[in-house]
Design a protein around this ligand. Structure first.
Ligand code: MG
Length: 167
């Protein structure tokens, strides 16, 4: 098989998010909302760029592929009990969805954690609409989207501070 015909994992990841109802623009909107109070000249295009750079990372792609695959397999009835019911009901005491998402949050250091906690609690924008969808299993998706937005926000914060200091 010609390797140039094979989509790379980043493309597969972006397509998978789109299949689950989330486009990168939705995530960029979250980033802009989170960061505009700190950087008054921050543009939507910069937020979108930051989301793209987060998705370049293999660790992020792997977390997304893993979480969304579990959501999809559960939806298709291909996961055994008791895990199937836990994932269908998005059981509060499960917590592995948040733990998996921390591998995304942490790619730009622990600064992403505060943003993640904020988004997870308030569920603004696309995160809220994900949670409201009936007959779908999106136990991992909401945390993954919040984590990508949190990491992209942390990246913006780090870059804003990245002036040459000689160290
Ligand atoms: Mg969840």
């Amino acid at each position: 098989m010609d390797k140039s015909q094979t989509p790379d994992n980043r493309t597969i990841t972006i397509d998978l998010l789109a299949q689950r109802g989330v486009c990168l623009e939705d995530i960029a909107h979250l980033v802009l909302e989170l960061q505009k109070g700190y950087y008054s000249d921050l543009t939507f295009a910069e937020c979108l760029e930051s989301v793209m750079r987060v998705l370049d990372k293999r660790e992020v792609q792997n977390a997304i592929l893993t979480g969304l695959t579990l959501d999809i397999l559960t939806e298709r009835g291909l996961v055994d009990e008791p895990l199937a019911s836990i994932l269908r009901n998005d059981d509060n005491l499960y917590g592995i969805d948040e733990i998996l998402s921390l591998s995304i949050v942490n790619v730009y250091g622990s600064i992403g954690l505060t943003n993640f906690g904020y988004l997870d609690k308030l569920k603004p924008g696309i995160i809220g609409s994900i949670n409201g969808k009936n007959n779908r299993v999106n136990t991992f998706l909401d945390d993954i989207v919040a984590a990508i937005a949190a990491a992209a926000s942390a990246r913006i914060a780090h870059r804003a501070r990245a002036v040459p200091t000689g160290d």
